[in-house]
Write a protein that binds this ligand. Structure first.
Ligand SMILES: Cc1ncc(COP(=O)(O)O)c(C=O)c1O
Length: 415
């Protein structure tokens, strides 16, 4: 079937996710997507298929092993195409935190005393601690601080921190609290003038549209696949020319065999294969909404990204507007999504209640959310928010519907 290519067919989308008809989940409006998303049936099927038919050591000559290996390679190849990378630039690890730790361990050998590293206080701790730890190797850590009034990272402040000693810049593409999308391309271009390496955290960005990593011009980019409709894994992209020269952290005989040199071990086989299901889901969305199937996979991803962005504006903007205009609530970040300037990840606090109390009321009304610092405690600290109580975060993705939006506003209004 082919419907209008300007509007996301939300019923079709939701029909792809078994959770929406599951007895435990179906009564709930799910607003915890920045924590982890539901998975479409294509991912579940691929996982089942692997566990049933090919759960053997891959890459041997018998058919079950052959197929297991072929599917592992296919999953990597498809993901590379979806984000416009080379297959040899993709590393699959257990989580973004692990990926960034392993990467910082590999990069530490290139750090000399006095070299400078820029981290932010808007990032999730996963993209801060591994870099701050390089002070043990003599690195000087500089912090790109948010403007405490707007919670935004300002590019002028970044430019003031850059100089010839800057070696690494670690910055989030999109904050998991503020929701703002940072101009990673501009940040990369500025950093590259000083030959610094840029590490982008795409965890809060990728669920709203897989990025083109070449266009972003970052050197490394990572996101958690369990938030992009997949299993609990994370992808790390690295530029070939840098990966080639990183020290081998894997078995000795793999020396030079990048990207296998980065991780001390391989990925989870069955979960890796289930990533094919994410690709099948994106293809299915594309085929349902558009006619021309003679375009590249990356072009299909871009078309689907646009559909998703438009839908996310429709479902998130009324919530942003409501919270922003409610005198008892305090919204963090921009109050409207336009032109992908923000993700539908909405954090707020209440003036007369703790975040814990507020989130408890929401949960009692079948709004799946929580209060926390979401490991972005430096950001909350800079905003003078109690890091134990944290914020209430309602995070949406393309499978949320306007019904979810209206329900949340109604519950907030009744409080
Ligand atoms: C923006 C951001 N970066 C990094 C992480 C860490 O990801 P992982 O749980 O895969 O280590 C998270 C997790 O919530 C996140 O939201």
């Amino acid at each position: 079937m082919n419907i209008s290519n300007t509007e996301l067919d939300i019923d079709f989308v939701r029909s792809q996710f078994p959770a929406f008809s599951d007895p435990i989940c179906k009564e709930w409006s799910f607003f915890e997507n920045a924590g982890g998303s539901y998975v479409p049936k294509q991912v579940i099927d691929k996982l089942n298929e692997f566990m049933t038919s090919t759960k053997v050591q891959p890459y041997a000559e018998y058919p079950m092993a052959k197929k297991a290996g072929e599917n592992m390679d296919l999953a990597t190849k498809l993901f590379a195409k979806m984000i416009n990378a080379d297959t040899k630039e993709i590393i699959i690890g257990g989580s973004t935190s692990i990926n960034l730790y392993v990467l910082s361990n590999a990069l530490k050998y290139s750090i000399k005393p006095g070299d400078e590293i820029i981290v932010t206080n808007q990032d999730h701790e996963a993209n801060i601690s591994p870099w701050r730890r390089l002070s043990e190797n003599g690195a000087v850590i500089k912090e790109w601080k948010i403007n405490p009034d707007t919670a935004e990272l300002e590019i002028e402040k970044f430019e003031e921190l850059l100089n010839n000693k800057t070696k690494i810049v670690a910055v989030t593409h999109c904050s998991n609290i503020v929701g703002s999308v940072n101009d990673l391309k501009k940040i990369s271009n500025l950093a590259h003038k000083y030959n610094a390496i840029v590490i982008g955290d795409g965890v809060s960005y990728a669920p709203h549209g897989f990025p083109d990593v070449k266009d972003l011009e970052v050197d490394f980019y990572t996101f958690s696949l369990y938030k992009t409709y997949g299993p609990h894994l994370a992808l790390l992209y690295g530029k070939k020319d840098i990966l080639k020269n990183l020290p081998n952290q894997n078995h000795q005989f793999l020396d030079g065999d990048y990207p296998y040199t980065i991780n001390p071990g391989g990925p989870n086989h069955e979960e890796l294969v289930s990533l094919i299901g994410i690709n099948e889901y994106i293809e299915k969305l594309y085929n349902h909404h558009f006619e021309n199937d003679k375009i590249t996979l990356r072009n299909k991803v871009e078309k689907v990204n646009d559909l998703i962005s438009k839908h996310e504006e429709i479902i998130a903007n009324p919530i942003l507007e409501y919270i922003n205009n409610n005198k008892k609530l305090k919204l963090i970040g921009k109050n409207i999504i336009t032109n992908k300037n923000r993700a539908p990840t909405v954090s707020f606090t209440a003036r007369d209640k703790s975040s814990k109390e507020l989130s408890k009321i929401l949960v009692a009304n079948k709004i799946a959310t929580r209060n926390d610092n979401f490991y972005a405690w430096r950001c909350l600290d800079a905003l003078k928010i109690d890091t134990n109580d944290g914020v209430v975060r309602v995070s949406m993705t393309h499978y949320n519907s306007i019904k979810d939006t209206n329900k949340l506003i109604e519950v907030l209004e009744n409080i």
